[in-house]
Design a protein around this ligand. Structure first.
Ligand code: GLP
Length: 245
């Protein structure tokens, strides 16, 4: 694991953008795995600017989103598909057939999960996976639990995760109880992984991810076994990491 500590959110986003832009230029048909949330917003804005300046081209880029709430359709603002369209796809020249998202409204959610993992495999896996981290060290919606779940699966969200995501909903009770998430194999098979962490809410999670035991009780800790995992954290998020003052 390559852990980088930078001054603040802006510097984190700058560094992340540099890495992703290099990947996009080297492999114009690369497959991106995309998280939702606040952490990658600065990165996505920088990618959009790079596209506007003609530095990168998305015509052959394929994207796979990491997770989705069950019961929220693409037209609902809180869904991750809506988020991804608004904050990533819109304004880029992605081709519609290259946009892949799990369908949280599918009638048969088990088949939808199986379909999604197969689709990732058929694309040849993810080249660059962009991750945030939950306060309980979840990635995607792989919640702490007794085992790592390898494939795309249905998850019952923990109270900590529902509380952390309540800011996006009118009422805390509106946060769905269930979600679909790529599994840990889908994530770990990515050739490169970029994990972004910023702010005081991520301090404990980052210690678990980077310096703690490798355990499904802290799903992000599995990234310690990934050769191409890069963590970019700002000083506040990283303040409890060993060796960071
Ligand atoms: C959510 C998402 C994750 C995301 C995490 C952190 O629960 N399922 O994919 O990384 O929260 O979000 P944020 O970056 O907004 O702190």
């Amino acid at each position: 694991m390559n852990v980088n500590v930078v001054e603040d959110y802006e510097k984190m986003s700058d560094m992340a953008a540099e890495i992703v832009i290099a990947e996009l230029r080297e492999k114009p048909d690369c497959v991106l795995g995309l998280t939702a949330g606040s952490s990658p917003m600065g990165l996505y804005q920088r990618l959009r600017k790079a596209y506007e300046k003609g530095i990168v081209d998305f015509s052959r880029v394929r994207i796979f989103t990491l997770s989705e709430y069950i019961g929220l359709g693409e037209d609902m603002e809180q869904s991750f598909s809506y988020y991804t369209r608004q904050n990533f796809c819109d304004g880029l020249n992605l081709s519609e057939e290259n946009i892949h998202m799990p369908d949280g409204m599918a009638d048969d959610i088990a088949s939808e999960c199986a379909r999604y993992s197969k689709e990732i495999e058929a694309a040849g896996g993810i080249d660059m996976m962009i991750l945030g981290i939950g306060p309980n060290a979840h990635i995607g919606f792989n919640e702490p639990g007794p085992v790592f779940v390898p494939e795309t699966h249905v998850v019952e969200l923990s109270e900590a995760t529902r509380a952390a995501n309540a800011r996006f909903f009118d009422e805390p009770d509106d946060v769905p109880y269930w979600a679909v998430s790529m599994g840990m194999r889908d994530i770990m098979f990515a050739r490169n992984i970029l994990l972004l962490a910023s702010g005081p809410g991520k301090t404990e999670a980052l210690v678990m991810a980077v310096a703690g035991d490798i355990t499904p009780k802290a799903p992000a800790s599995l990234l310690q076994l990934h050769r191409g995992a890069i963590v970019i954290a700002d000083r506040i998020a990283a303040k409890r990491l060993p060796g960071v003052s």
